[in-house]
Design a binder for this molecule. Sequence first.
Ligand code: NAP
Length: 289
Amino acid sequence: MTPLDARTRLVTLLGHPVEHSRSPLIHNTAFRAQRLNWAYVATDVRPDDLEAAVAGLRALGFAGANVTIPHKETVRRYLDEETPRARAVGAVNAIVVKQGRRGPRLVGDNTDVAGFLQPLAALGATSLVGAEMVVFGAGGAARAVVYGLLTTYRPARLTLAVRDPRRAESLAVDLARYDERGSLDVIALEEAGAAVRSSRLLVNATPLGMHPHEEGTPWEASDDFSRGQIVYDLVYNPEVTRLLREAGERGAQCLGGLEMLIEQAAAAYVQWTGRAMPTDAVREALRAA
Ligand code: NAP
């Protein structure tokens, strides 16, 4: 491993809490694999200290940062710029420090969008253009998912299946401008049967099925899954969730959240370092952890 020295470039995670984050493992594995004199640390930043922490990135010459719960929305007010996708989603999960003529500029990005889309593209899922889709959940991750799906695939219908449709309204209103075909629809979970059966793509953007509640699933009626569907679970622990197991048993093509986790990190890494992340080494390290 490259020893840390006076030239080491630094990246940090700003969150509260941060001790369960996989980001230090992901990025330090990549730095090591590419023999970069870089280091990634996780810093626990209380909400009252966020402004000072962001100013510290600039003052201390950090190359960038990741941002996680509970700071993804509030951090936006302390940045110099944001990418169109961060603005659309309304949340920043990565900051890139760019050298401008008048000193460093902090640019906020949302790499969950690219992180979500990349595994679908790798699957060769071009047949999703104009398809019907269902997203379970309407929280922070669902915003990135819905923005990515609307702008990439222009679905015929994109149904948000949620336990409380009132709570999904702000997402639907905020993202309506990207919904060229008027395809966005919010319905209660218990009414989503027909949409689940007729959709080409189903995405779980809820924590249902996540360790230690692995018996959970956003969709109990597993007979509704079929060959020809793609079922994508954002949950990455366990790697194969109950949703994926049941959908796979009925012939659906399955994608787990581990690839999104890696790809959202890779989309930040390339902006910080100028290099493509060595994703095979990262995947191996995550599986061994
Ligand atoms: P979030 O903002 O808290 O949103 C969670 C969503 O799930 C909300 O719509 C919530 O509904 C719904 N939900 C929670 N419990 C539910 C239940 N028992 N029944 C039905 N709906 C329920 O969380 P998030 O940040 O969007 O993350 C969602 C999941 O995605 C998490 O498991 C997270 O680990 C995963 N994720 C993975 C990646 C990756 O890289 N693979 C990236 C981001 C997130 P209410 O509004 O009614 O509470």
